[in-house]
Ligand binder design. Structure first.
Ligand SMILES: *[C@@H]1O[C@H](CO)[C@@H](O)[C@H](O)[C@H]1NC(C)=O
Length: 258
């Protein structure tokens, strides 16, 4: 794995010179998904184990057959292969009520997710912070259907089953009420992730990585998509604190800086 990674990266440097500089990150064999937030990095592999990165080593989180994990303001959350929802409480996974296939904890103390029917849900602050492993939580249905959903300080971004991209400018953390849904034209994405500073990155259906440029609190939609050239086909991307984490279709983990 290591040799292959180095070889591919040499090829990358040969034909591309650009503003982003990518290097091999600590490798997690058969990684399937990665999420960075609040200075932490978590990932899952094809065996549905979840991991967190410490220095250059990936450490196993408790076992729960997870297919998607997320870390952010609202804690560390995951969803299992049976779509069960878990929150990390005291170093163990505590099951919360509901069923989701993808989840994101990047919002301002709220959590969003998508279920198997592509309905979207939001968990308000009283539950994200209040859930300590017992009792139930109540998910608020949101007025849109998506297959991937991610939130940051200036709103939430999502991709629907036709790979169209949407943004809602405002989600109220205490109620999960949302407003200002708009479609962002230009790209067909398979996933989109919002960083804790509001940066937005996505992977198009061909596996190329894009950044939405010039996002500000008064212009949450940004102005344009610019490509972050990658010489491999990518499946997942996540951004936090100046570091872009990219996962190739073959499971290689790259870390890029601007
Ligand atoms: C994805 O982006 C690449 C690079 O710009 C482009 O060549 C490709 O056509 C795009 N794929 C789709 C489906 O638009």
């Amino acid at each position: 794995m290591k040799t292959i990674a180095a070889f591919l990266l040499v090829l990358c440097h040969l034909d591309i010179s650009h503003a982003w500089n990518c290097k091999e990150a600590p490798q997690l064999s058969y990684a399937t998904q990665i999420d960075a937030g609040q200075g932490k990095v978590v990932a899952t592999d094809k065996y549905h184990h979840a991991y967190f990165l410490s220095g250059s080593t990936w450490y196993r989180l408790p076992s729960a057959t997870l297919k998607h994990v997320t870390v952010g303001h609202a804690g560390t959350w995951g969803v299992s292969t049976s779509d069960y929802i878990y929150k990390l409480v005291g170093g163990s996974w505590a099951r919360a009520s509901g069923l989701l296939k993808q989840i994101d904890a990047g919002g301002n103390l709220f959590v969003v997710g998508v279920n198997a029917g592509h309905n979207t849900y939001c968990l308000k602050t009283s539950y994200t912070l209040g859930f300590k492993g017992t009792g139930s939580v109540s998910w608020t249905r949101m007025p849109t259907n998506l297959m991937y959903y991610s939130c940051g300080p200036y709103g939430c971004w999502g991709v629907d089953t036709s790979h169209r991209v949407y943004l809602t400018r405002s989600v109220t953390p205490s109620t999960c009420a949302s407003s200002g849904w708009t479609q962002i034209s230009g790209l067909a994405l398979k996933m989109v992730e919002v960083g804790s500073d509001g940066s937005v990155f996505g992977v198009n259906t061909s596996g190329q990585v894009y950044q939405r440029t010039r996002i500000t609190s008064s212009r949450p939609q940004g102005t344009a998509w610019t490509q972050v050239p990658m010489c491999m086909t990518m499946k997942h991307v996540s951004y936090d604190l100046g570091k872009l984490w990219v996962l190739s279709n073959t499971g290689l983990v790259l870390q890029c800086t601007h």
